[in-house]
Design a protein around this ligand. Structure first.
Ligand code: PA5
Length: 694
């Protein structure tokens, strides 16, 4: 008789908000006795009974990657539900999985979010339950009640059937849903009532029989899925089936109605940790009854729970009976006796989607409209490039050196990705000594007045006669006229970063004519036009808005890849800086695997708002893609949230520009969520003005 275990990784833990959130639900709270997460403690506790091969975890698709990374599960151990449908479908799925390898297999089903003090006692009770399950019973573990709690269902025992491993086994007389306090008191004084632990043991085939009897729709769905187990088509079939099956608990759906249900009374120090008061009860406390996780300074403080994130201190003076929970997202200060009601706050905190219509009014200078016009700018840029007068003698260069800063300077980086000759980008007052006649020098300054660019361009002109410049006017234009150098004029009136379509595509077109680019930009332009529609304000299911929401309140860490999406990651960072007026950082793979990832170790303490964004493109080296997969697991283990954004289209240019354009939209929506007008960049202007006075 082989014993299997199935851990149900659900458990929203709304009453443990703000530590428990949809992205980091209760099983992931470090409430284990040794500070490990509850799900890890559950896994470790049951492992000696089953071994790894017979231990499964059921999780919904949103949580599954996190569960897998946290527990280091093999794919075969993870049963992924498309979405949670309460416990009966999850139990059914697990029973199906076990029955396909071992129909007689005894299956322990247990939640991932309980704390158990006496682990040996726990395993001994499960051994007794496994024996009873092997005899065909449906077994529940009933917790001997210590108070008239109203938060649990109760099980009333009937006749004694026998015993196993020193544990009595009773027939179940009745299940009662969570009672009121008076009823609970009556149960306690009558005796013979136990709290329903939600831990069940049975043969896989037996519970499938009962599901067939009481939940025929679920049973039918499971039968339909049986033939597809481990085959292509499984996921689609499961998704369809899970849309149809009833979301119902196994208690209500089966256990309360089935014959032959038995209960084994247990008392192994079981805690459901339902709310902060329950957490306070189990944590070690000082003489005044203060339980602190993290740094706490207290004067005249009694009976308090203090839950602080690393790197912060909570100080309290003259308070008692209070729960204080501080996280990146929120600070909770609650009367300890009323922590049951925290759920209401958790729901309020979630139920407030941004009011985009109102937020759009912050965009007084019309940045959204300019961003929407990017594809047109690109098209127009290509045309402008065709119209430029190019003197003979410009072509024949073996490298391009671009000088430019900020919103203009990015042009050089992007050209480096797109040209068929090497491109070096310089951001400063000087150019390197190696520039000679074989170099094409390109000055890029939207205003034409940026002092670093003018200085570097002038220095470069002393080394090569192959040169051209692009601006909307300014001193760069005058300089070019004086030195008889081709100058490309583009429309004025934009912010430099918002004129990228003109800067980049005009130059691309010119450089194509000079033989330095062989790009087909048709697909890229089509993809951009599609994005302009899909990402504009008011577009349903707007991906840019969703990403902005995921980044809001945090510090984006944008990760691109060397030789591919690196410059795009940099553009995301700078656009978030200038539009959303907030810090953001960027790095490139694979280099970041050699340094940045070590910095993640203390990220929770020093950068609790860190949010990683992986820019994904099909053109990345397979080993880089493999690295990203590993990094995702590391991030999950470290509790650092990440998201992945994929480029659109097939070709390199489409992938690159679609990622770039998405970032532009995201930065503007993030500005609105930050409550700022995306357009003005006062600190840049002020600095330029002060420098001009020197
Ligand atoms: O976005 C901005 O406003 C800045 O980053 C500018 O691009 C930067 O200061 C350089 O100015 P310009 O692009 O006019 O050369």
């Amino acid at each position: 008789m082989s014993v299997y275990a199935v851990i149900m990784a659900g458990g929203k833990g709304e009453r443990l908000w703000p530590a428990s959130t949809p992205a980091r639900p209760k099983p992931f709270l470090p409430l284990g006795e040794g500070g490990e997460t509850l799900i890890q403690a559950t896994y470790d506790r049951v492992l000696p009974l089953t071994g790894r091969e017979r231990l499964y975890v059921v999780a919904d698709s949103a949580l599954a990657p996190r569960v897998k990374a946290a527990l280091g599960l093999a794919d075969s151990q993870l049963l992924v539900e498309p979405q949670g449908r309460n416990t009966a479908p999850a139990v059914g799925l697990a029973a199906l999985a076990v029955s396909l390898v071992d129909p007689e297999g005894i299956t322990i089903v247990l939640p991932a979010d309980h704390l158990i003090e006496d682990e040996e006692g726990f395993r001994s009770a499960l051994e007794a339950a496994a024996q009873a399950g092997g005899e065909g019973h449906l077994v529940t573990l009933g917790i001997k009640p210590t108070s008239p709690a109203t938060g649990y269902g109760y099980i009333q025992r009937g006749e004694l059937l026998g015993s196993a491993h020193g544990h009595d086994i009773y027939k179940v007389k009745r299940f009662t849903e969570k009672p009121d306090e008076e009823t609970a008191r009556r149960f306690l004084s009558a005796g013979g009532y136990y709290w329903n632990s939600g831990i069940f043991v049975w043969q896989a085939a037996r519970i499938l029989e009962e599901i067939d009897r009481f939940l025929p729709k679920l049973s039918q769905a499971l039968k339909g899925l049986a033939g597809l187990w481990g085959k292509p088509g499984w996921e689609d079939a499961l998704r369809r089936a899970w849309q149809e099956v009833e979301a119902i608990s196994i208690d209500y759906g089966v256990m309360e109605r089935a014959e032959d249900v038995v209960v084994i009374p247990v008392g192994f120090g079981w805690h459901d940790l339902g709310d902060w008061q329950a957490v306070w009860e189990v944590l070690p406390k000082d003489g005044a009854g203060v339980a602190a996780r993290g740094e706490h300074l207290g004067v005249d403080t009694a009976r308090a729970l203090i839950w602080v994130r690393p790197g912060k201190t909570v100080a309290t003076l003259g308070v008692s009976d209070v729960a204080i929970v501080d996280t990146q997202e929120a600070l909770l200060v609650a009367d300890m006796k009323r922590t049951q009601k925290v759920r209401e706050l958790a729901r309020q905190a979630q139920a407030a989607p941004p009011e985009w219509d109102k937020l759009l009014k912050l965009d007084t200078s019309g940045m959204l409209e300019v961003v929407a016009g990017f594809p047109d700018q690109c098209r127009r840029g290509l045309e402008l490039g065709e119209e430029v007068d190019l003197p003979p003698g410009l072509s024949g260069f073996s490298r391009v050196v671009c000088v430019g800063m900020g919103g203009s300077g990015i042009t050089g980086d992007l050209l480096g990705r797109l040209l068929s000759v090497p491109v070096v980008s310089f951001r400063g007052y000087r150019v390197p000594g190696y520039i000679g006649e074989e170099t094409l020098l390109v000055g890029v300054s939207y205003s034409g007045n940026t002092e670093e660019t003018l200085s570097a361009f002038q220095e470069g002109l002393s080394r090569t006669r192959r040169a051209l410049a692009i601006s909307s006017g300014g001193k760069l234009r005058e300089l070019c006229a004086k030195r008889r150098i081709p100058w490309i004029g583009i429309p004025s009136g934009y912010q430099p970063r918002a004129a990228l379509g003109y800067l980049l595509f005009t130059l691309l077109s010119v450089l194509r004519r000079l033989g330095a680019a062989h790009l087909d930009l048709k697909e890229a332009l089509e993809v951009l036009a599609g994005q302009a529609k899909a990402l504009g304000p008011g577009s349903p299911g707007n991906r840019a808005q969703a990403i902005a929401q995921a980044l809001a309140g945090g510090v984006p860490l944008i990760y691109g890849t060397n030789g591919n999406t690196g410059p795009v990651a940099f553009r995301w960072k700078t656009q978030i800086n200038e539009n959303a007026k907030q810090p953001a950082f960027w790095a490139e793979l694979p280099e970041l695997c050699h340094n940045e990832i070590v910095g993640w170790e203390l990220a929770e303490r020093v950068l609790p708002g860190g949010r990683v964004v992986f820019l994904r493109s099909g053109n990345d080296h397979p080993r880089v893609q493999a690295r990203i997969e590993i990094l995702k697991e590391v991030l999950l283990r470290r509790g650092l949230p990440y998201l992945e954004v994929e480029g659109e289209g097939e070709g390199e240019a489409a992938q690159l520009f679609s990622l770039l354009y998405l970032g532009d939209w995201v930065s503007v929506y993030l500005a609105l969520l930050n409550g700022v007008d995306p357009t003005p960049v006062r600190p840049i202007q002020e600095l330029k003005e002060r420098l001009a006075q020197l």
